[in-house]
Write a protein that binds this ligand. Structure first.
Ligand code: ADP
Ligand code: ADP
Length: 229
């Protein structure tokens, strides 16, 4: 079991109001799977992903990722965990605007302990090798997301977390990003967990966890991502 979460709970307190955001999450994902967390706004998707990615902590319960008990790590160990194991892709790409495509990737590979891939390899993997010297503003949204994916995989993460990776893209471009995610998954064996509120996107993944008000209400197994034409 690559991700093994049991009875994970998380509340936020503001003033005297306590909001229980995660109410005992159970989630198991095998190594090499592509999982999707699907749910309406406010259902706890980002909170769950932030805990798995080590940028937030659960209040109670168990979160094990690749044998590491994430909830029990001290702050330094949690930072190491994020750096060594986790790659992230965001909805709005988050590329550094005054760095070229190549430099955006080198910033990450230079501080990584085990950059198993070099800049040219990852750019080739996302079919962006000819844009290495361009700046993010010169690229379309889909192209920026490809670069952001290349940046996430250059450090060879065991787990790739994607928060609404296609949320700002049209349907065809979304399909091509999903096809690339599947390619990364197949080629490098990277386990992928992706947030979406789009049911059509979720239907393309091979595991779908439906979240409602802090609970997994359904765990669906699909055939996998449908390749874009
Ligand atoms: P989703 O990603 O599904 O939209 P979130 O995990 O972002 O849901 O949020 C779930 C609930 O937790 C929301 O009601 C949100 O307002 C609340 N919440 C999220 N982060 C915080 C925080 N840092 N402080 C207080 N409440 C928060
Ligand atoms: P899409 O069809 O994906 O929306 P665009 O029409 O935005 O793509 O861009 C098409 C091509 O033009 C892309 O290859 C992109 O690199 C290039 N391009 C877009 N904007 C600029 C720009 N400001 N300067 C240079 N090249 C650009």
């Amino acid at each position: 079991m690559f991700i093994d979460i049991s009875n994970l709970k998380k509340s936020y307190t503001s003033g005297v109001v306590i909001t229980e955001v995660l109410k005992g999450i159970e989630m198991k994902i095998d190594k090499g799977e592509i999982g999707v967390i699907l749910g309406p706004s406010g259902s706890g998707k980002s909170t769950l992903m932030n805990i798995i990615g080590g940028i937030d902590r659960g209040d109670s319960g168990r979160v094990i990722v690749d044998g590491i008990e994430v909830n029990n790590l001290n702050d330094d160990k949690l930072t190491d965990y994020r750096r060594e194991h986790i790659g992230v892709v965001f909805q709005f790409y988050n590329l550094v605007p005054n760095l070229t495509v190549g430099e955006n990737i080198e910033v990450v590979s230079n501080i990584s302990k085990s950059p198993l891939k070099n800049t040219d390899d990852v750019l080739a993997a996302v079919e962006m090798q000819d844009k290495k010297h361009r700046f993010p503003r010169e690229l379309s949204g889909g192209e920026q997301q490809r670069v952001s994916l290349a940046r996430a995989i250059v450090k060879n993460p065991k787990l790739l977390l994607c928060d609404e990776p296609t949320g700002a893209l049209d349907y065809q471009t979304s399909r091509s990003i999903l096809r690339l995610l599947e390619l990364v998954n197949k080629k490098f064996g990277t386990t992928i967990l992706m947030i979406t509120h789009n049911a059509a996107i979720a239907a393309m993944a091979n595991r779908v966890f439906k979240l409602r008000s802090g609970q997994i209400v359904e765990d669906v197994v699909n055939q996998g991502i449908v390749p874009a034409e």
